[in-house]
Design a protein around this ligand. Sequence first.
Ligand code: MG
Length: 241
Amino acid sequence: MSVSTSVGVATDPGGRPNNEDTAWVEGRLFVVADGMGGHESGEVASATAVRTLAALSDAPDLDEVRVREAIRRAHDAVRDLPHGRGRRPGTTLTGVVVAEHGGVPCWLVLNVGDSRTYRMVGGVLEQVTRDHSEVAELVERGLLLPDEAAHHPRRNVVTRVLGGGAFDVDPDLHWLPISPGDRILVCSDGLTDALPDARIEAELKAEPDAQPAAERLLAAALAAGARDNVTVVVVDAVVTH
Ligand code: MG
């Protein structure tokens, strides 16, 4: 069994003057980074992280150790950026690497921060990353309802970040076997702040091709009044036996 992918990508500054999101969709790597920091350094942070990780795009025989090392190199590269007296530049990072695990084609899902990766199987959308955010932790501890989290004033406060002030980075990594018909969605919080999951699922179901699906989701987020940068990556698995 071998896997090829069909990919769509769409991005827009939304309600912001700059677009600090960066996407990478080549080879076996499909990621979104959402940068933060003063004086446009968010753009530099997300681009630096993604450029460092891009070395994985064409690497053969990827495993968890090598992906973790690449994320650590990206963290160091963002930490090394000049920052003056402003907030240290940092970025979220999430997405998938297509790799074999135990001889089985898999999505290696990675995440740092509150951008999200979802998988749609049989028309059902499921978030496959855990947000590293204050409100997500409150929800996990039963102190906040998911509905309250979506509108909470501190919903954008992340607890893990690439770069920033932290000495080390602690990415979540896990394997998901690829099934025929899998659709992966990777997005920045500009999408998920603008649209509830049920709406995202409905938009993805309505469009079979990856590029128009990404554009459709972006358009829906903008029409809903997205106040942040919106970046959408849609990856469809094409499995041949
Ligand atoms: Mg954002």
